[in-house]
Design a protein around this ligand. Structure first.
Ligand SMILES: Nc1nc2c(ncn2[C@@H]2O[C@H](COP(=O)(O)OP(=O)(O)O)[C@@H](O)[C@H]2O)c(=O)[nH]1
Ligand SMILES: [Mg+2]
Length: 305
């Protein structure tokens, strides 16, 4: 299955909602525009984006005399694509690079680390994983399974250890072995989110300090936020909170398969001016894709149907 088909399959639920209004019989009338705006709002891109996208499209449709479902879908995809920010560089392929994965529990951090480790090992990038979610023994085991599958070493400590120490350890090993890409998984659950942010801030600081004095010179550290797309607008609050506490460099949206809330990607990207680095469209190792705003928006609105 090609990349586009896979993404398109993943966004099916989000697209179905739009399909209903695009299968109109004749005129593009007032109710079409109202339905479009409502559907976009429900797709969780946020009311302000939904309104400005609808207004722009309406104006464009009048100016260029766009009438058919196909013309309108194409124009909508183009307009939606404008809301995304291009990444300056890809932290997973511009190596050497150190990436910390943060996000709430269940967002898909560990799975995403596994998928990326697998893809980068396959691409010949010397990769190593650090298991800094030391809260649950199951989390460490889960990462071990992914590491084994990818043929990538996993640096870990016993359950309950200081997560910052694991970051230190993994950078020591990476230094010694000349790893190009260090992927660090972190915990998402603590008693309060203030505790979580404090702990993560320490993890980020320790990693940055250690990264300054790597054998081959300072290596950039990026903090990537993993968000479950199905959380909808709550994903936006998470993004704001993590960004304020840690300074986020990019976002990965997971579980775009099986949600009609794909529009949240747009809300996060445009409100925080953050690039979407990858999208998760399933639980399997190959279900992670590079993000291309145009392809994503075309799949989201069904421009090629
Ligand atoms: N359908 C789907 N499930 C996913 C995706 N990414 C992760 N998951 C599932 O979400 C659940 C939580 O993932 P996990 O990586 O453990 O989340 P973490 O707590 O952030 O580390 C697991 O059952 C994963 O298989 C995705 O893109 N699509
Ligand atoms: Mg995890």
């Amino acid at each position: 299955m090609g990349l586009f088909e896979n993404l398109s399959r993943g966004l099916q639920r989000s697209r179905e909602a739009l399909n209903e209004i695009f299968y109109f019989g004749g005129e593009v009338d007032e109710s079409f525009w109202e339905d479009l705006e409502d559907t976009l709002v429900m797709g969780d891109m946020g009311a302000d984006i939904a309104m400005s996208v609808t207004d722009d499209l309406r104006e464009l449709a009048a100016r260029r005399n766009l009438k058919t479902s196909r013309q309108l879908r194409e124009a909508l995809a183009d307009r939606l694509a404008e809301t995304f920010v291009e990444p300056q560089e890809d932290p997973f392929t511009s190596v050497p690079s150190i990436v910390l994965f943060v996000g709430i529990n269940g967002a898909g951090k560990t799975t995403t680390v596994g998928k990326i480790a697998s893809a980068s090992a396959k691409a010949g990038i010397k990769t190593i994983i650090g298991s800094a979610d030391t809260f649950r023994a199951a989390a460490i085991e889960q990462l071990d399974v992914w590491g084994e599958r990818a043929g990538v070493p996993v640096v870990k400590r016993d359950r309950g250890s200081d997560p910052a120490s694991v970051c230190y350890d993994v950078l020591d090993v990476a230094d010694r072995e000349g790893s190009d890409l260090v992927l660090i998984d972190t915990a998402g659950r603590l008693h309060t989110s203030a505790d979580l942010m404090r702990e993560l801030a320490k993890v980020v600081n320790v990693t940055r300090k250690r990264a300054e004095r790597c054998a081959r010179g300072p290596i950039p550290v990026r903090v990537v936020l993993v968000i479950d797309a199905a959380t909808g607008q709550n994903g936006l609050s998470q993004a704001l909170e993590f960004n304020e506490a840690l300074g986020i460099d990019g976002v990965i949206m997971t579980k775009l398969d099986g949600t009609a809330k794909g529009g949240i990607a747009m809300a996060v990207a445009s409100k925080l001016k953050l690039p979407i680095l990858r999208v998760g469209v399933g639980e399997q190792v190959d279900d992670l894709q590079c993000f291309d705003a145009r392809d994503f928006c075309r799949a989201l609105v069904g421009a090629d149907e």
